[in-house]
Write a protein that binds this ligand. Structure first.
Ligand SMILES: [Zn+2]
Ligand SMILES: [Zn+2]
Length: 277
């Protein structure tokens, strides 16, 4: 699978791919490269420079240089088309050569400054949201000042290095939603003593911390969703299937994905809750 914006930020690349290491692949010490990961690797080395047939027939051509993530150590791994028809691209992994991911880990390749990097992480390490996304979603100050009439607090937000959000937009979105949770309008937790309405929080579906990656403003009426605190916590912290369910429902409400040219998989990826195969 191709890297999403979350991984592009994390690994400092615009070109990467990843997938799950199966127990079988670990046991056999070989990974079959498919889809985009094959395209990326072949594009880097050139189809004509990849050895066809058994490694032993031409060990020099079979061995390819990679940089190992995260420290950048140079390693050599055998990469071959086992069959004449080049229908399968195979990468050999071994502890001796310096790359032997466990079954169940996520392995990945990406290009950076002309080098091809390879590495692996456990699933929970992999699912960490990009720091940029997290930073701006620790947004208590934003939630707490939506109904605050004092402009000084807005100024304080500006002093921090975060993207400024227009609280008027958040209020407008809540009004348009009739002060109900956009995931489930039955969710009425308590009445806010500031708005005297059902208490809601404003959530940016495309995380505002990613603004640098988009030309269109992310602090927009379409991209702001009002959620009850339960749903808001869940979209950021719940297990993958639950988070996906909320994201899917929100994405269907307005054409946000179309506006920002993303598909539902990209969205899952931004929250690091995508299904990994
Ligand atoms: Zn949020
Ligand atoms: Zn809710």
């Amino acid at each position: 699978m191709r890297f999403g914006k979350n991984q592009e930020i994390r690994f400092g690349t615009t070109n990467g791919a990843y997938s799950l290491v199966t127990d079988r692949e670990h046991y056999d010490s070989q990974i079959t490269l498919t889809d985009y990961e094959a395209e990326l690797v072949v594009g880097h080395f050139g189809a004509n420079n990849i050895h066809v047939g058994r490694v032993q027939l031409n060990p020099q051509t079979a061995a390819k240089p990679f940089r190992h993530y995260p420290d950048g150590t140079s390693i050599e791994l055998n990469l071959v088309y086992p069959k004449e028809e080049k229908t399968e691209l195979r990468l050999y992994i071994s502890s001796k050569s310096g790359f032997k991911p466990e079954g169940g880990e996520i392995w990945f390749v990406f290009l950076r400054n002309g080098d091809i990097w390879i590495g692996s992480l456990t699933e929970s390490e992999w699912r960490k949201e990009a720091a940029d996304i997290k930073k701006d979603e620790n947004d208590d100050l934003y939630q707490n000042t939506i109904y605050d009439p004092d402009p000084i607090l807005t100024q304080k937000i500006k002093e921090r290095e975060v993207y400024v959000r227009d609280r008027e937009l958040a209020i407008k979105r809540m009004e348009m939603a009739g002060f109900s949770c956009e995931y489930d309008e039955e969710h009425k937790l308590f009445i806010s003593r500031f708005s005297r309405k059902n208490y809601l929080e404003a959530h940016h579906l495309i995380p505002i911390g990613l603004q640098a990656k988009f030309t269109t403003a992310l602090d927009s009426l379409d991209n702001i969703f009002c959620l009850c605190p339960y749903c808001h916590r869940a979209v950021h912290h719940a297990e993958e299937s639950k988070a996906r369910k909320i994201l899917e429902k929100l994405a269907e409400k307005r054409p946000v994905l179309e506006t920002y040219r993303l598909d539902i998989h990209d969205l899952f990826n931004l929250y690091a809750v995508e299904e990994i195969v």
